[in-house]
Design a protein around this ligand. Structure first.
Ligand code: PLP
Length: 393
């Protein structure tokens, strides 16, 4: 078996060895239920509260503003449906954008079927939300603005601080899905003026199936899962202690070397992007050239199908993603690529690579060496490409 080159860290990341080691005792020796009274359960309870402290500190929040969830998706659902329910008497209008993750978009669509009105803001060609449109969309009935921190497909980082300022001025709550941002860019809820924020452990070398909803203490947050008194009575269910401990450890490690590691990945990102654009004609970079995640490259190649490209890269041992990874089984191109104005046929031929801590310059070279002949081969099979070359050559 040849070695795998994993370039899909926006989809998920491996659990770091240190993270695994921090988790292990809570499966076996220290398995107590944190809600139990006897001293044997104190280890679990203490670990849970230490994890809460670590996460709170990591984003500049208070311990009691941190709620553990079962995923980033759950945190997004809770933020949006929770605010909708708690603030219904104030209004029924929510503002989001056309490039959100499906966890946000589908929660908003659900609310639309239940008497809420949702405005989906446009983005410019680089994927940045239109702040003027945001301002003019706010009305007396607006109760929530939910705009993602950084886009999972094209890597564009939104002007979160400006959005926070606008929300505050107009007295509207602001939620941001920061799942892709944590560990890559600084996140401080007070500095950014964020009221609610979603996090997912498995996107920064923590375990899958665990996330966080941050909710500012002034936010009226109703129970999302009814059950026991866990998470201040708002999210019942025995806590995933090993998962939570792992997520906190992963955040601690990610924040400790974020600056150097981001700089390293940014350099690799720019290197591989330049090389691809230089070697493959009729290719374009998607997303903002500078205001983007340090580990994201998204490129559209005309005249090819993204899925075929992924399969051929897979045969070379390279894991990457296309624009439609989240809608596998459907032939719809990515809603994000359509929102930045790409026509269907170009959106279809897109490749996302997302780098991680294990990524090296050799990996980038291997990718480019594999990619160039694959694109040539796929284009050679396209009658449209043949016509294009005839007319433009
Ligand atoms: C991965 C992701 C999610 C979902 O998180 P899960 O923990 O996998 O449910 C939500 N939003 C964004 C931007 C993501 O990248």
């Amino acid at each position: 078996m040849k070695e795998t080159i994993y370039l899909d860290h926006a989809a998920t990341t491996p659990v770091k060895q240190e993270v695994l080691e921090a988790m292990l005792p809570f499966f076996t020796e220290s398995f107590g239920n944190p809600s139990s009274i006897y001293s044997f359960a104190q280890d679990s309870k203490q670990a849970l509260e230490e994890a809460r402290e670590t996460i709170a500190k990591g984003i500049g929040a208070l311990d009691r503003e941190i709620y553990f969830t079962g995923s980033g998706t759950e945190a997004d659902n809770w933020a949006i449906k929770g605010v909708a329910e708690s603030y219904r008497s104030k209004g029924n209008h929510i503002i989001t954008s056309k490039v959100e993750h499906h966890a946000v978009l589908h929660a908003c669509e659900y609310l639309e079927k239940n008497g809420f009105e949702v405005t989906y803001l446009d983005v410019d060609a680089d994927g940045i939300v239109d702040l003027e449109q945001l301002k003019s969309s706010i009305k007396d009935t607006t109760i929530l603005i939910t705009i993602m921190f950084a886009n999972n497909e094209i890597g564009t980082v939104q002007p979160i601080r400006e959005i926070g300022r606008i929300a505050k001025e107009r007295g509207v709550l602001f939620h941001t899905d920061a799942v892709q941002a944590i560990g890559h860019v600084p996140v401080d809820v007070n500095d950014l003026g964020v009221d609610l924020l979603s996090i997912s452990g498995h996107k920064f070398y923590g375990p899958k199936g665990v996330g966080v909803l941050y909710a500012r203490k002034t936010v009226k947050l109703k129970a999302f899962i009814h059950g026991g008194g866990q998470e201040r009575g708002r999210r019942g269910g025995t806590e995933n202690v090993p998962g939570i401990v792992g997520m906190a450890k992963a955040m601690e490690l990610a924040l400790a070397d974020m600056e150097e590691e981001s700089a390293r990945q940014r350099e690799l990102r720019d290197y591989v992007k330049e090389r691809i654009l230089e070697k493959v004609p009729y290719a374009r970079l998607n997303g903002h050239p500078e205001k983007r995640l340090p580990n994201n490259v998204n490129i559209s190649f005309r005249f090819i199908e993204g899925e075929s490209l992924l399969i051929m890269l897979d045969m070379k041992g390279i894991c990457a993603s296309s624009g439609s990874a989240c809608t596998s089984g459907s032939l719809d191109p990515s809603h994000v690529l359509l929102a930045i104005g790409l026509p269907h046929e170009i959106a279809h031929g897109s490749l996302r690579i997302s780098l991680g801590e294990s990524s090296t310059r050799e990996d980038m070279d291997t990718l480019v060496e594999a990619l160039v002949p694959i694109v040539e081969k796929l284009r050679a099979m396209s009658p449209l490409y043949e016509d294009f070359v005839k007319n433009n050559g």
